[in-house]
Design a protein around this ligand. Sequence first.
Ligand SMILES: Nc1nc2c(c(=O)[nH]1)N[C@H]1C(S)=C(S)[C@@H](COP(=O)(O)OP(=O)(O)OC[C@H]3O[C@@H](n4cnc5c(N)ncnc54)[C@H](O)[C@@H]3O)O[C@H]1N2
Ligand code: MOO
Length: 409
Amino acid sequence: MPDLLPVPDLVERILATVSPLPDFPQPLMDALGLALAEDVSASISLPGFDNSGMDGYAVTCADVASASEDHPVHLPVVGEIAAGRPSLMALSPGTAAKIMTGARVPTGCDAVVPYEWTDRGVAQVRITRAPRQHQHIRVAGDDVKEGDQLLEHGTVLGPRHLGLLAAIGRATVRCRPRPRVVVISTGSELREPGSPLGSDSIYDGNSFLLAAAARAAGAIAYRVGIVPDDPRTFTDALSDQLVRADIVVTSGGVSEGDFDVVKEALSSLGSVWFGGVAMQPGKPQGFGTVGEDQTPIFTLPGNPVSAYVSFETFVLPAIRRMMGKLPYSRPLSRARLTHGLSSPAGKQQMVRAAWDSDRGGAFVSPVGGPGSHLLGDLADSNALIVVPPDTTALQAGDMVPVLRLDEEF
Ligand SMILES: Nc1nc2c(c(=O)[nH]1)N[C@H]1C(S)=C(S)[C@@H](COP(=O)(O)OP(=O)(O)OC[C@H]3O[C@@H](n4cnc5c(N)ncnc54)[C@H](O)[C@@H]3O)O[C@H]1N2
Ligand code: MOO
């Protein structure tokens, strides 16, 4: 058996070849899920001005200090201040003004008495409890101060970040864009789902699997569909697609067969490496660059489980690096193995598994057999147990490294 490349060596080669995409200002809603390519500081304070936290009456504390149920204080109501419709800028001692939540507090007011402590009077208000000084006043800058560092370069933007960015008035933020991933399935036996199936043909599951995985990783995925086992047709399809690709992913046609179209078409270019990686499933791999723009290309093996595991191991880190998302690879966690298993020597085995947790902590159970055609088992899995190349057997109860496939990271 020719030497197999260790998995980390190929990952390293990929990360050295792939560069982060140039960042540019993006409208906020397009930035959801993208990594910030700038440090964001507050250009304004939040709140921007002292405002009321309650619907009630703006008062001067000293005027109502003695208010109680038994000895209410009565004040004339001199106006009404609604949020966004400031009408009264200053409050004179001995008066009150109706004020709504969010409305700017007039000068001279140092507390808000909520409606519930009053008779809700219009011309005059009866106040039965004394507020503390500054009660129900939201002071300018008590949330965010102008100049505060808010979000760091590299932060992956979620709904809460976008809310904050909008609140400080940002319409755009600098982010790296989503890479455009073109997915091509090769194989003359493949048919489009929904079309009739011949006696020796199969449906093209891989392009859906891989395009969906690319989209789930944050990329824009273009599913080109099926290219038959003809090198010329493959090369034509590839050059048609390069114009819209930051990454090309193919499946099939890379092992030792007589019609291994991808290998045959790309070998002559010399810039794509083909070889075996010490991983099971996912041994036959190809990686390199194609076209004028040196677009990275991943030629994944055709067996569906092999294609998926290869995507997780090699394509996902490339997508994340282009997007500026760290870490590049899915983090390993540890879980207790429920059943023993054996593993081939010299290869990192990626065992389909079901992960769960209970009061005893995380546990993981192998799902199905090792066959790389077992797509049903793959769909039942939510994790991969990573068995190192030098480990040939694991016992029930062992703590094992696990990749949780549906976890955001
Ligand atoms: N003599 C050898 N044969 C094989 C070796 C080897 O080392 N020596 N390696 C095996 C391993 S491991 C794998 S993995 C496969 C990889 O083969 P290819 O990448 O060339 O893929 P194909 O031969 O085109 O297809 C393999 C398998 O997968 C099915 N397939 C392909 N595309 C799709 C698709 N889009 N959707 C669903 N299923 C797909 C295809 O029909 C085949 O059954 O090679 C082994 N052979
Ligand atoms: O190594 Mo292949 O990728 O399992 O069946």
